[in-house]
Write a protein that binds this ligand. Structure first.
Ligand code: ADP
Ligand code: MG
Length: 598
C-alpha cells in the first residue's frame, strides 16, 4: 500500500461517520418537524375548546341575565345579557377564523350560531320587548320553547366541545406515536450507523494493518537478506587470502579483514577511522619515495588502479613487505565515489620465486647454448688440427703460410664465439651503448650451425649500425630466445627473417612525436600460433614443446623489454598460405630504464 492509498482510507474513515451523522440529523429534523406540526394541531384543538367554553360562558351569562330581567323587570339584570350578546358576535367570528376548522366543526358552529340567533329572535328579543312594554312574561309555552332551544344550544356546545376534545385526544395519541416512532427510528438508525461505521472502519483498518504487515514482512525479509549477504561478504572477506581494506570517500579506514590486519600489523580497532596512509604506509622499494595513496589515486582517476611496481609496505613494527595491490571505487547510486576498496597481498615470496625462475631460465639458455657452442667450436678446432697435421706432414712453405692463414681464421672464429658466449654472462651494472646489428650478428653466428643442421634458412636485413642504451647480456638473452623460437617454429626447410628498422628523431605517428629507437623484427614462416594458445604465451611455464621447452622464454623476454622501457608484440597467422609469426621488439635509443626490474 502506498501513501496515496493510505490517505484515501484515512479520508474514507473520516468521511463516512460525518455523512452518516448528517443523514441522521436530516432524518431527525424531518421527524421533529412531523411531531411539531402535530403539536401545532393539538394547540389548535386546545384553542378551539377554549373558544367554545368562552362562548358557552357568554351564552350562559345571556340566559341567566335574561332570566333575572324576566323575574325582576329591572334593567340592571338585563346588563349581563347585553354585555354577553354584544361580545358573542365577536367570539363567534373569532371562532370562525380559528385555523384548521374542518367541515364538521364548521357545520356545528354554523348550527350553533343559527340556533342562538333563533333563540334570540324567537325568545330573548320578544321577552325583552314584552317586559320593556311593561308586560309580564308568564307564558309557559314561550318559556318552555326558550328552554328547549337553550337545551339544544347546550347540546350543540357539548357536541362541539366533545368533538374538539376527541380530535385533540386523537392528535395527542398521534403525537405519542410519532415520538415513539422517533425513538425507535433513532435507535435503529443509531444502531445501523454505528454498526456500519464500525464494520467499515474495521475493514479499512484491516486493509491498513495487512498492508502494514506486508511491508513489515518485506522489510524483515530484506533485513534478513542484507544480513545474509553481509554475512557472506564478511565470510568471504575473512577467508580471502588477500588483505582487504575498505575506506570511506574521505579515505578513512572502515574495515580490515584478518589478512590486512596481519600484513599491516594494525588491528581493526586501531585502524578504524584513521586516514589510510597512517596505517598503509607504502614506499618505492628502490627510491624510498612515498607512493601515492591508492585512495587518492582512485579518486583522481575515477577507476580501478593497480600499484606501481616495487612497492614496499612498511608495517607497524617497521618491518617491510613487498606488496602488489589494487584499489577500486565503491560507487553510490549517482555513480559518485562512496568509498574505496583496497586489495593487496604479500609478494615477497613470489618475488624470490620469480628471481629463482629467472636464474633457472638463464641456466637453461646457457645449457642449451653450451651444446651449440661445443658444436660450433668443435668444427674450427677440427679444421685447425687438420691444418696443423697437414703442416707437420711436409707441406710446402707457401702451403704452410696458406694453412696458417686458414688456421688463424678458424681460431678467430673460435675467439668470436667465446666472446659471444662471455657476452651472455657478463653482467653490467649500468646500461651501456649496445650496437643492435653487432649483437644480432653475434647471436646468429652462434646459432649458425644449429640452423644449418635444422635446414632453416636465415635472411637478415640489418642497417649499418643502430645503437640503444641497454643491458647487453639481457638483450642477448631476449634475441637468442626469440630467434630460437622462430627457428623451432619454422622447422626443416623453413625460413627466418631478422631485420632492424631504425626510427629517427623526427618520427611522428598520428601527429604525436615518437621516441627515437629501433624495431627488431623476427619473422618465421612456421605454422603460426592458434588463437586458443595466444593468451597464454607470456605466462611462465607455458610451452608447447614438452620436455624441450621451459615456457619461460617469452615471459622473461617481456620482463626484460619492459624494464628497458620498450615493447614486445607478437603477431601470428595460421592461414593456409599466409602462416607465420612476427615478433617485433621496440627499443628506445635513450630509454628510461626501469631500475627495479631484472
Ligand atoms: P619455450 O620456447 O621454452 O616453449 P617460450 O616462452 O619461448 O617457451 O615460448 C612459449 C611458447 O610460445 C612456445 O612453446 C610456442 O608454443 C610458442 N611460440 C613462441 N614463439 C613462437 C613462434 N615464433 N611461432 C610459433 N609459436 C611460438
Ligand atoms: Mg623459447
Amino acid at each position: 500500500m502506498n501513501l496515496s492509498q493510505f490517505n484515501r482510507i484515512l479520508r474514507q474513515v473520516f468521511l463516512l461517520p460525518v455523512i452518516a451523522l448528517l443523514l441522521m440529523a436530516v432524518a431527525l429534523y424531518l421527524q421533529i418537524r412531523g411531531a411539531n406540526s402535530t403539536v401545532n394541531l393539538i394547540q389548535e384543538s386546545n384553542a378551539r375548546i377554549a373558544q367554545v367554553s368562552r362562548i358557552e360562558k357568554l351564552i350562559l351569562n345571556e340566559e341567566s341575565g335574561l332570566r333575572g330581567y324576566e323575574n325582576t323587570s329591572d334593567n340592571r339584570f338585563l346588563q349581563p345579557y347585553l354585555a354577553a350578546s354584544s361580545s358573542l358576535q365577536a367570539e363567534f367570528d373569532r371562532m370562525q377564523t380559528l385555523p384548521g376548522l374542518d367541515s364538521v366543526e364548521k357545520h356545528y358552529l354554523d348550527d350553533l350560531i343559527e340556533k342562538h340567533q333563533l333563540w334570540q329572535d324567537a325568545f330573548a328579543l320578544p321577552v325583552i320587548a314584552t317586559i320593556r312594554a311593561g308586560g309580564q312574561v308568564r307564558d309557559v309555552d314561550l318559556n318552555l320553547r326558550g328552554k328547549i332551544m337553550m337545551d339544544d344550544i347546550r347540546q350543540d356546545i357539548a357536541d362541539t366541545t366533545h368533538n374538539a376534545e376527541q380530535r385533540r385526544s386523537a392528535r395527542i395519541e398521534l403525537w405519542r406515536r410519532q415520538v415513539r416512532q422517533m425513538e425507535w427510528f433513532l435507535l435503529a438508525l443509531a444502531l445501523c450507523v454505528g454498526i456500519s461505521i464500525g464494520l467499515f472502519t474495521l475493514n479499512r483498518l484491516h486493509a491498513v494493518s495487512s498492508a502494514y504487515k506486508t511491508s513489515l514482512d518485506v522489510l524483515g525479509r530484506r533485513a534478513e537478506e542484507i544480513f545474509q549477504s553481509e554475512q557472506e561478504l564478511r565470510t568471504t572477506l575473512a577467508s580471502i587470502g588477500d588483505g582487504v581494506i575498505t575506506c570511506d570517500a574521505a579515505g578513512r579506514v572502515q574495515m580490515m579483514n584478518p589478512v590486512a590486519v596481519q600484513l599491516t600489523g594494525w588491528t581493526q580497532a586501531e585502524a578504524q577511522g584513521q586516514p589510510l596512509e597512517a596505517i598503509f604506509h607504502i614506499v618505492n622499494e628502490k627510491t624510498r619515495d612515498i607512493v601515492e595513496n591508492p585512495v587518492a589515486k582512485v579518486k583522481r582517476l575515477n577507476r580501478i588502479v593497480g600499484l606501481a611496481n616495487h612497492t614496499v609496505l612498511i608495517r607497524k613494527d617497521k618491518t617491510e613487505l613487498n606488496i602488489a595491490d589494487s584499489g577500486a571505487p565503491i560507487r553510490d547510486r549517482t555513480d559518485g565515489i562512496a568509498g574505496v576498496v583496497m586489495v593487496f597481498r604479500d609478494i615477497t615470496l613470489e618475488r624470490k620465486t620469480q628471481d629463482a625462475l629467472l636464474a633457472n631460465e638463464k641456466l637453461a639458455v646457457a645449457g642449451r647454448l653450451a651444446a651449440t657452442i661445443a658444436h660450433e667450436i668443435h668444427n674450427p678446432l677440427d679444421s685447425v688440427s687438420n691444418l696443423l697435421y697437414l703442416m707437420r706432414n711436409g707441406a710446402s712453405k707457401e702451403e704452410s703460410e696458406q694453412f696458417m692463414d686458414m688456421a688463424e681464421q678458424e681460431l678467430a672464429r673460435v675467439t668470436q664465439i667465446s666472446r659471444a658466449m662471455l657476452g651472455l654472462y657478463r653482467e653490467s651494472k649500468a646500461p651501456v651503448q649496445v650496437d643492435l646489428k653487432e649483437m644480432l650478428q653475434e647471436i646468429l653466428l652462434l646459432m649458425e650451425h644449429r640452423f644449418s643442421d635444422e635446414r632453416v634458412t636465415i635472411h637478415t636485413d640489418l642497417p649499418s649500425s643502430v645503437s640503444v642504451d641497454a643491458f647487453p647480456a639481457e638483450l642477448r638473452q631476449v634475441f637468442t630466445n626469440l630467434i630460437a623460437n622462430a627457428a623451432e617454429a619454422a622447422g626443416p626447410g623453413g625460413e627466418v627473417r631478422v631485420s632492424i628498422t631504425p626510427r629517427g628523431p623526427d618520427a611522428y605517428s598520428n601527429g604525436i612525436k615518437q621516441e627515437p629507437g629501433a624495431t627488431v623484427l623476427i619473422a618465421d614462416n612456421g605454422a603460426g600460433i592458434p588463437d586458443d594458445v595466444r593468451p597464454r604465451l607470456f605466462q611462465p611455464f607455458f610451452t608447447t614443446k614438452g620436455e624441450r621447452g621451459t615456457g619461460l622464454g617469452l615471459w622473461v623476454s617481456r620482463g626484460i623489454i619492459t624494464k628497458h622501457g620498450g615493447s614486445i608484440e607478437l603477431d601470428s597467422d595460421t592461414g593456409h598460405s599466409t602462416h607465420g609469426t612476427v615478433v617485433s621488439v621496440f627499443l628506445a635509443t635513450k630509454p628510461t630504464i626501469n631500475a627495479g626490474g631484472d
